[in-house]
Design a protein around this ligand. Structure first.
Ligand SMILES: Nc1nc2c(ncn2[C@@H]2O[C@H](COP(=O)(O)OP(=O)(O)OP(=O)(O)O)[C@@H](O)[C@H]2O)c(=O)[nH]1
Length: 291
């Protein structure tokens, strides 16, 4: 977590320099926030608010003001799944962000939360050869059913079969993987829209349908562009921030919420099933500001 701490440490360096003109101080603070992946527009907004609201120019006053402003934009996402109905959760994200691994952690989480409820995994990433195998291995380890077809098959058909199968067996949770990469961006969006249409048609008002976007905590500003793509294509209900254990930065959750209105629900902190935690804004901001 060296990188994440760097922001807090550098912030304290800035305080310790002393004797700076006010404008220079805030300009340097802006640079630090941008480097911490808060994005230019959110940074300007935050620093303007801080200038207006600050109680005192001393270190503790500014730190406290910054903490409060960061927290203002960071409520945890709620999926509001309902064990009395069918719930379909679609996992979105570009390749390698940790979609499959975190889908499996999510399955493990709900095995504990809803021990009496049947669950099904849908291997909707039919584009990448190893993805179906990877998810199958998790299904086997977790002892949950999986609906799969071969690589290159139609992802919409896999997810269609999974939902109708869960409906006929009375299972209450379908966790569906999706491809994060297609031949090009237009193909990816088209495939997601198709899957989205199939799920909506099959579930109507009778089921809970949610989309979770997995963001790699080490990617910085690029994450914002990824989120825009998926949010525009099908709409995102919650973000799962993966690889937070090795996150060089992690500040991107602030612009995700302030610019796109996307809230984080979970944080992935490793590769085992236990390494998934509910997102805590307080812990996150403490971590961001820690020296
Ligand atoms: N340290 C750490 N590694 C993680 C975490 N989540 C996933 N990984 C690792 O990241 C790598 C990519 O994870 P996958 O789950 O295969 O990613 P994916 O998004 O499904 O990738 P594709 O299947 O290629 O789309 C794997 O080596 C995972 O073990 C996490 O929270 N922390």
């Amino acid at each position: 977590m060296a990188g994440k701490k760097r922001f807090g440490a550098r912030l304290r360096e800035l305080f310790s320099l002393g004797g700076k003109e006010e404008d220079d101080f805030y300009e340097e603070l802006e640079d630090l926030l941008i480097e911490a992946d808060l994005g230019a527009s959110v940074t300007v907004e935050l620093v303007d608010q801080l200038r207006v609201s600050r109680r005192s120019r001393d270190r503790e006053g500014i730190l406290q003001g910054l903490r409060e402003l960061l927290l203002e934009g960071l409520a945890p996402a709620e999926l509001d799944l309902d064990p009395q109905r069918l719930n379909v959760v679609l996992f979105l994200g570009v390749n390698g962000v940790g979609k499959t691994t975190n889908l499996a952690k999510f399955a493990h989480w709900y095995q504990r939360e809803w021990p009496q409820t049947g669950m099904l995994l849908a291997a909707g990433d039919t584009f990448r050869a190893a993805a179906v195998e990877q998810l199958s291995l998790h299904a086997e380890r977790l002892g949950v059913r999986i609906v799969r077809q071969g690589t290159g098959s139609d992802a919409g058909a896999v997810i269609h079969d999974a939902i109708t199968s869960a409906q006929s067996r009375g299972e209450r949770l379908v966790l569906a993987d999706t491809a994060g990469r297609m031949h090009n961006r237009a193909d990816l969006v088209r495939e997601l829209e198709k899957i989205h249409g199939i799920i909506r048609k099959l579930t109507g008002d009778e089921a809970v349908y949610r989309k979770v976007l997995v963001i790699d905590g080490t990617t910085g500003q690029n994450a914002l562009r990824q989120a825009e793509l998926f949010h525009e294509a099908v709409g995102v209900d919650a973000v799962l921030l993966s690889k937070y254990d090795s996150a060089a930065r992690g500040g991107v959750l602030v612009p995700l919420q302030r610019s796109l209105g996307l809230r984080c629900g979970w944080v992935g902190t490793g590769e085992t099933y236990q390494d998934l935690h509910r997102f805590s804004p307080d812990a996150y901001v403490d971590d961001l500001l820690a020296p």
